[in-house]
Ligand binder design. Structure first.
Ligand SMILES: Nc1ncnc2c1ncn2[C@@H]1O[C@H](COP(=O)(O)OP(=O)(O)OP(=O)(O)O)[C@@H](O)[C@H]1O
Ligand SMILES: [Mg+2]
Length: 337
């Protein structure tokens, strides 16, 4: 394994990220005071500890970490694009993945923070004197989103999963890149106050009452001067199923990797074993069946996992037929299959 690789795909947690050299001068950020690493696992332990990345994926994750650039992960459904983010967070001990699922309605502002003025007004109305006072705890009504939290000045990179960015509205990718270039954003609801410092909620919270003040789960963090600026640039994993082409200017600012379906029987069988333990003859038959069928159209690895699991437990007379039914083509089915 080459020495420069911090993430190796070993599936065991280690402190390799401490060897990450300082950023290139054009990607250095000086936010602070530096926050401690958040506690907790990646948030998806089974997926994270069973993932077998391709050599390409390992290399490009490391390139993104070194260069402090977002990683754009493309590939067909079920090739492990989203899981890659959890696997890296688990191996490098980078804490809970900040998951931002993208829809056509997602805006940059949703990812950065949400401000809840109605609850604030309601709370103020119950106080003597009516409207909110200038010195009230406005931070209680500001919750940072996954993107906003990832850009807090953590000493170690957080992992931000911008999932299915190709589903977004046309402007979001470029808006995102502007933020990633600057490594900071402003919260105007704070900057226009006489006292712009505030203790806001983070995306790590469970949604309940905030109890901790260290940036950990359920935590609140102090935003100084109404501006959030990162320290360690987050590892941003953006996934895409290819529903959209991205402009060259966008691609230039990303590290890219394309994931593929495992091509060979050995590779596929190893993935199934990671998830479901040793494979008996029947499981091996299903792997071969999957590979034959995959030649005729798009199938996803998790369809094979489902088939192996089900055939192991279901009391079916014709398991081949059962497997066929839970491995329908996702796209490009051959006519004569
Ligand atoms: N290389 C791999 N090693 C182990 N498991 C894998 C691998 N690739 C995919 N899987 C498994 O296949 C399933 C699908 O993975 P995942 O959801 O990450 O795919 P995806 O590319 O994000 O799919 P989609 O495009 O539908 O969002 C998961 O259960 C994952 O654990
Ligand atoms: Mg996915």
């Amino acid at each position: 394994m080459p020495d420069w690789l911090l993430y190796t795909g070993s599936r065991r947690t280690h402190d390799g990220v401490d060897r990450l050299p300082p950023p290139p001068p054009w990607r250095a950020f000086d936010g602070g005071p530096v926050l401690p690493a958040p506690s907790g696992g990646s948030g998806n332990t089974h997926q994270a500890t069973t993932y077998r990345p391709s050599d390409d994926a390992v290399q490009q994750v490391n390139a993104a970490l070194y260069l402090r650039r977002p990683l754009l992960v493309t590939g067909p459904p079920g090739t492990g694009k989203s899981t890659l983010a959890y696997a890296v967070a688990h191996e490098l001990g980078l804490g809970p993945v900040l998951h931002w699922p993208i829809t056509s309605r997602a805006t940059l502002r949703d990812g950065l923070y949400q401000y809840d003025p109605l609850t604030r007004l309601y709370a103020a109305g119950r106080e003597v004197g009516g409207g909110p006072a200038e010195d009230e705890d406005i931070g209680r009504y500001i919750r940072l989103g996954p993107l906003g939290t990832a850009l807090l000045p953590y000493g170690r990179p957080r992992v931000l999963l911008v999932d299915e960015i190709d589903k977004s509205d046309i402007d979001l990718p470029n808006d995102l890149l502007t933020i990633f270039e600057k490594g900071e954003y402003e919260i105007p609801e704070l900057t226009r106050r006489a006292e712009p410092d505030a203790e806001v909620l983070t995306a790590d919270g469970s949604g309940g009452a905030p109890t901790r003040r260290d940036g950990g789960p359920g935590g609140r963090v102090t935003v100084r001067g109404g501006t959030v600026r990162c320290s360690a640039f987050p590892l941003v994993v953006m996934t895409s199923n290819g529903e959209r082409e991205f402009p060259p200017a966008f691609l230039r600012r990303c590290v890219t990797v394309e994931l593929r379906q495992p091509a060979g029987e050995a590779e596929l069988a190893a993935i199934v074993r990671e998830h479901l333990g040793p494979l008996a003859g029947e499981g091996e038959d299903l792997v071969r069946l999957f590979l034959r069928r995959a030649g005729g159209g798009t199938l996803a690895t998790d369809q094979l996992l489902n088939a192996v699991y089900l055939c192991r437990h279901a009391d079916a007379t014709d398991r081949r037929e059962l497997a066929d039914r839970i491995m329908p083509y996702l796209a490009g089915a051959a006519d004569d299959d």
